[in-house]
Design a protein around this ligand. Structure first.
Ligand code: DX5
Ligand code: ZN
Length: 218
């Protein structure tokens, strides 16, 4: 699977969002990642569907949205109507997660799911028929700029082996603490979709940092 890079705008400078996004786009960003936090599922509040509409006015690069929210079904149509291509609810968020993922498909979206570091990989098996991408958190969600949790590497390997047996076309995303020092190793372990926040937007030269990350992930 071709590796793709998705800068998370959580770490962008919102006073000059368009400049930051354009710089990342020029560097070759394949997607932009929107981190949606509700102050319940995670101890932080970020932004809602309006940011997707704003991003659609700034860029034609596709968007995905990471739903760190306790009631994802209430917001799935809003994000898809705003033009987001793929949604990742958290598998821990609802007891009827199959229904939640099904709702994304029914509304014409691509379906992802997110697993927190403590969630067993095998929990995704019942959802596999619906899924296009599985995102493994490599930090506890809620904030940008946290340190990569080392055990995440073995989780990528375990998930890739399981998918190769059951549904090889499903993509593996990794989110949290990804930077130039580890992206190559994560690629070798079997991840193919890299979400990078602070390592992109805290760089002095955002465009060049995206280029360097893309080179390192190949
Ligand atoms: C964390 C978010 C991540 C975050 C990544 O809750 O899901 O997408 O923005 O940021 P970095 O790359 O700084 O860990
Ligand atoms: Zn995220």
């Amino acid at each position: 699977m071709k590796p793709l890079l998705a800068p998370s705008i959580l770490s962008a400078n919102f006073a000059r969002l368009e400049d930051d996004v354009k710089a990342a786009e020029k560097g070759g960003a394949d997607y932009f990642h929107l981190d949606i936090m509700d102050g319940h599922f995670v101890p932080n509040i970020s932004y809602g569907p309006m940011i997707a509409e704003t991003m659609k006015r700034i860029t034609d690069v596709p968007l995905d949205a990471h739903l760190m929210i306790t009631n994802p079904r209430e917001y799935i149509p809003m994000f898809l109507d705003a033009g987001v291509e793929l949604l990742y609810p958290q598998i821990e968020a609802t007891y009827d997660i199959y229904r939640t993922v099904q709702m994304i498909k029914d509304h014409g979206g691509k379906a992802g799911i997110t697993l927190n570091p403590g969630t067993p990989i095998s929990n995704v098996i019942p959802l596999l028929d619906l899924l296009d991408r599985i995102m493994l958190m490599s930090v506890c969600p809620g904030f940008g700029g946290q340190k990569f949790i080392p055990s995440s590497l073995d989780r990528i390997t375990e998930l890739r082996q399981m998918l190769d047996e059951k549904k090889p076309e499903v993509s593996i995303a990794v989110d949290g603490g990804v930077d130039l020092s580890n992206i190559g190793t994560l690629r070798k372990a079997g991840a193919d979709f890299f979400i990078v926040g602070s390592a992109v937007f805290n760089a002095d030269d955002i465009q060049q940092r995206v280029r360097d990350l893309k080179k390192a992930m190949k």
